[in-house]
Design a protein around this ligand. Structure first.
Ligand SMILES: NC(=O)c1ccc[n+]([C@@H]2O[C@H](COP(=O)([O-])OP(=O)(O)OC[C@H]3O[C@@H](n4cnc5c(N)ncnc54)[C@H](O)[C@@H]3O)[C@@H](O)[C@H]2O)c1
Length: 504
């Protein structure tokens, strides 16, 4: 759904044959409802066709058939470019350096510590992910970034207050050497902060050109062979897609005309994709979740993924909600509240930025519990999410969940979750995995032209999918999807967990 002009809202959907449709409405609610209904119908139609095909055996690849795709080796250095050098970015970069120096372990990172089971349970083949597929090594990562503040990464990490100063002191020379490039920033999109390190340009297209020059400069001066952009910038104010975001042509015209519906994060995404650089979005902003970016990503074979790192409370939600659904336990309400005192918390104190985050957090339960399929269990659930800025806690967020469920004969029960977490400690390994997997995607003939990398949904609160496909939110389905994608790339048998062969 997007707003064409004031008072004109367009439902925008793809039918089961991949044809695009648009219909005009005078309010956002009706347009969104219509789009959801048509999308669900298209999805059901496609699912029933797939079922028919599966029954007749058509279109199915034999599990043993080798994958004909190619996967290039990870040769040379990988440049990691980060718009937003705050708490998450500095915890990630400092962490990589600490691990390289043997000072700490990459806990929480699937690429570094995870394994993939291959073949039957009896075969005992479970290589490490990083040994199974050709990922860039940590020693090959080189960093740069942009921020509206002039602090280098040592100063920014000290201000963020996530990591112990004794660790930071040991990393000081390295972290101090990474200084931010001037940012593309618009105070209207992030109301709570302002800073001096900002680019000037007559039009948004000028700013995009300056970012493209930064990217080329970094590539040349660092000597890297490949690049990745990883948005770790603040959450921008909530907007919905407009006509300006529907194609590259419309977007470029809008850039030249300084269209106010183009947010800074979109300018970074455009610049990266134009330079053929993959882009991951760690915030809930639209950024790359737009037709223009999908078009560019496919054309330039620069994979994209997003949105919004799945770290604390939503991680728990996507573990617990599938358990309720699996056991057919009903849900009458889920109240989630947080206290958070870092700069992210301050930015989210603005209603525009909070709305962006809220949308991202709210979608999860609807998609997992499918109230349309289970109206008696989930048709009446009340879901609320609050984030409260509370400075004394800094980055150490506390997230409470009160969950009202009901069981056999409708008898009510309650579950309370109190997660005293560390936001950036949970986010940093996600950043590392996304950097390494997106780089891998660009080296795989099967993945690089797809645009959206849905197999990376595992890492996001609000995973991107092609239009017309609902996202998978269940953490364990997402993990299976990710590992099966790796098996597929290597021509290994996919694991279905059927397991009848053990009893033959
Ligand atoms: N930490 C988590 O658990 C988590 C989870 C999900 C999403 N996120 C998202 O990740 C992002 C980063 O989180 P954080 O805790 O590091 O926040 P932070 O406030 O510490 O860092 C964000 C940085 O982005 C900079 N920035 C803002 N707009 C910019 C622009 N246009 N160009 C360049 N720099 C810009 C800010 O100056 C700041 O230094 C936020 O959007 C947050 O919502 C974080």
């Amino acid at each position: 759904m997007y707003q064409k002009r004031p008072g004109v809202f367009m439902a925008d959907w793809w039918d089961a044959d991949g044809r695009r449709h648009r219909k005009q409405f005078s309010n956002a609610h009706s347009a969104r409802e219509h789009e959801h209904r048509e999308t669900a119908l298209a999805h059901a139609e496609r699912a029933s066709r797939e079922l028919k095909m599966a029954k007749t055996g058509g279109g199915r690849r034999h599990p043993k058939e080798p994958n004909s795709g190619t996967m290039d080796a990870a040769k040379g250095k990988l440049g990691v470019m980060i718009p937003g050098m705050g708490a998450v970015a500095t915890t990630f970069v400092a962490g990589v350096e600490a691990i390289r120096k043997g000072l700490a372990k990459p806990i929480g990172s699937l690429t570094q510590m995870g394994t993939v089971r291959l073949g039957k349970r009896t075969e005992g083949r479970s290589p490490k992910v990083k040994e199974f597929v050709p990922l860039a090594g940590l020693d090959d990562l080189v960093f740069t970034g942009w921020d509206i503040f002039e602090d280098n990464m040592y100063e920014a990490a000290s201000n963020a207050g996530v990591l112990d100063y004794r660790l930071l002191e040991q990393l000081k020379p390295f972290l101090s050497s990474i200084t931010p490039r001037a940012a593309v920033f618009d105070h209207n999109y992030v109301k709570k902060i302002d800073g001096p390190n900002v680019k000037k340009g007559k039009t948004k297209m000028d700013l995009a050109e300056q970012l493209r020059a930064d990217i080329r400069d970094f590539k040349k001066t660092s000597g890297v062979s490949r690049l990745i952009t990883m948005w770790c910038g603040s959450t921008e104010s909530y907007i919905e897609p407009t006509a300006a975001h529907q194609s590259v042509k419309a977007f470029e015209k809008a850039l030249a005309e300084n269209d106010e519906m183009i947010a800074p994060s979109m300018i970074y995404a455009y610049a990266s994709l134009m330079e053929g650089v993959p882009f991951a979005n760690g915030a809930p902003n639209l950024t790359v979740d737009l037709p223009v970016m999908l078009e560019l990503s496919r054309k330039n074979e620069a994979p994209i993924c997003g949105k919004d790192f799945k770290t604390g409370q939503t991680l728990m939600k996507t573990v617990l909600a599938p358990a309720f659904k699996a056991r057919l336990l009903g849900l009458s309400g889920w109240y989630s509240t947080n206290i958070l005192g870092n700069r992210d918390g301050e930015v989210l104190d603005d209603p525009g930025s909070f709305k962006t985050k809220e949308e991202s957090k709210l979608g999860v339960l609807e998609h997992i519990l499918q109230p349309g399929l289970y109206p008696e269990l989930y048709g009446n659930m009340f879901h609320k999410v609050r984030i409260n800025y509370y400075p004394p806690r800094g980055d150490n967020k506390e997230g409470w969940d009160n969950i009202d469920i009901f069981g056999w004969l409708g008898y009510p029960m309650q579950i309370k979750v109190d997660f005293l977490c560390r936001d950036s400690i949970l986010a940093a390994p996600i950043v590392l995995d996304l950097v390494l997997f997106l780089d891998l995607a660009q080296r795989c003939s099967d993945l690089k032209g797809l645009g959206i990398q849905e197999w990376l949904s595992f890492y996001f609160k609000s995973p991107m999918t092609v239009p017309g496909l609902y996202p998978e939110h269940d953490l364990f389905i997402q993990l299976m999807k990710l590992k099966n994608t790796l098996r597929h790339l290597k021509g290994e048998e996919l694991i279905t967990h059927l397991g009848l062969e053990y009893y033959d």
